[in-house]
Design a protein around this ligand. Structure first.
Ligand SMILES: [Zn+2]
Length: 330
């Protein structure tokens, strides 16, 4: 269905949704249903409610239909409330719009089921969309989107990839690798917690409560600890670095290794300055990529420095993909 038509339908029911503080997941679910025409709705109605098979990938609507939900873990009260709201939204669509007008009765009765299904799967699959603020210093969240291929990625508290929204006319989201990946490596994004920003009990509790799983990623299993102080875009001195098991330690590195690290820090500092001026982004991307490669292959324990390099890597990529034209002109 065209965007104009969906916008038009939403406009008719929005005043009613607004008075009852409709949750974001409900709005997304209604929007998703309104995108579908009767033949697509009919395909979904016939979709077997079993494990998705490869045919799922022939239709973008089936991939959304088969997204994971945890309905069985909701309380009866939550399910009742969701069901009631799905029925209420269908009632609004019927009374205030022509969306269900002339729709076959069996399709009509499928609408509340579909809204409910989406309401219960979208909270586990919606991906935040953000873009840089005017100074390009921090990302500002402006929407959530359902992107079934990104939903295939599992979580890690030490992710090796990150979804990045490319704004502009197409507004696409891509997964960018933040570490060198070997064939067969699992691509893991973070569902929010990152080990160097949140301690293990808090991460564990958040993931259990919000996504119903017990995280068994490397930092969680091996008990990596948070660094002494918050990491940001500053550079970290070697004595703050942690070994792989997370224990704090005095650095007893050989002189050679220490010199090498110092050199890496200096190189990163130089690159940071160039990135801030947005100069030579492509060459700098290559340099950071080499540094990251070194850090991960030889100095896996030097995570804070690697995180700084990752952050730079991601920023340069975003500059290049999203804002290269505007950067080139400025
Ligand atoms: Zn974890």
């Amino acid at each position: 269905m065209s965007d104009d038509r969906v916008h038009n339908l939403m406009e008719k029911i929005f005043p009613y949704l607004d008075t009852v503080e409709t949750p974001e997941k409900d709005l997304l679910s209604i929007l998703a249903v309104l995108q579908l025409n009767p033949s697509e709705l009919s395909t979904l109605r016939k979709a077997e409610d079993t494990e998705p098979n490869p045919d799922v990938y022939k239709s973008q609507y089936l991939t959304v239909y088969h997204l994971i939900s945890h309905s069985d873990k909701l309380s009866i009260a939550e399910r009742m409330s969701n069901t009631f709201r799905a029925l209420m939204y269908t009632y609004l669509l019927e009374e205030k719009t022509d969306f269900l007008y002339e729709m076959e009765p069996e399709l009509k009765s499928f609408i509340p089921q579909l809204i409910l299904r989406f309401m219960e799967s979208f909270p586990f699959n919606a991906i935040g969309q953000s873009q840089w603020d005017e100074e390009r210093q921090k990302p500002i969240s402006y929407a959530r989107a359902i992107l079934p291929s990104i939903s295939l990625c599992n979580h890690s508290c030490d992710p090796n990839a990150v979804p990045v929204t490319m704004t502009g006319s197409s507004c696409k989201t891509a997964i960018l690798a933040m570490k060198p990946l070997k064939p067969g490596d699992e691509i893991r994004i973070s569902y929010k917690p990152i080990f160097y920003m949140q301690n293990h009990p808090d991460r564990f509790e958040f993931l259990k409560r919000s996504f119903y799983f017990e995280c068994a990623c490397e930092p969680c299993v091996k008990g990596w600890e948070m660094p002494d102080r918050e990491l940001d875009f500053r550079f970290v001195k070697p004595e703050y670095l942690l070994n792989k098991n997370g224990a704090k330690r005095k650095t007893k590195k050989s002189k050679l290794e220490h010199e090498y690290l110092k050199q890496l820090e200096e190189e990163l500092q130089d690159i940071k300055e160039e990135v801030e001026k947005r100069e030579n982004l492509v060459q700098n991307l290559q340099k950071v990529s080499d540094i990251l490669n070194n850090l991960y292959t030889q100095y896996n324990s030097l995570l804070p420095l690697a995180q700084v390099a990752q952050h730079l890597f991601k920023r340069i990529l975003v500059f290049i993909i999203v804002g290269y034209n505007s950067c080139a002109n400025s």
